[in-house]
Design a protein around this ligand. Sequence first.
Ligand code: TYD
Length: 139
Amino acid sequence: MNFKNNTVFDCSVIDVSKVHNEAGNITVIENGVNIPFSVKRIYYLYDIPGGESRGGHAHYELEQYIIAASGSFDVILDDGRNKKTVTLNRPNMALHIVPGLWRELYNFSSGAISLVLASHKYDENDYMRDYKEFLDFKK
Ligand code: TYD
């Protein structure tokens, strides 16, 4: 499929909800229940040094949920025409990123953990790592 027409407005922050308990909360994400794709891979970013940024690429096919499992950070989304900045700071809020968007993660708080649920296994061929290549793809 070709996702070149996807825009930042196709991305949203979804409250995946939580089960509240006096002894602590639990959030559950289950295929077919509160996520619009099937999860094939989970990874998380942690020990991110102050001032660092991550991302700086787009995907042809990959769809993701990005969650601040701990701490906070900002995500800038870019479709080649529009940019949108989203702050993630609650473990029950998931940013749904559709395929075909440039993204950058920055402003990580100390101890932040960025949990990513992904629709496909790791495939370097699915990455656009060059911004010009990305803009050409979006034309
Ligand atoms: P990358 O997705 O570029 O990181 P980020 O967007 O967080 O800055 O991945 C960085 C490196 O990690 C990449 O070159 C290869 C490796 N990697 C894997 O081997 N498997 C994975 O699932 C991911 C996400 C990354």
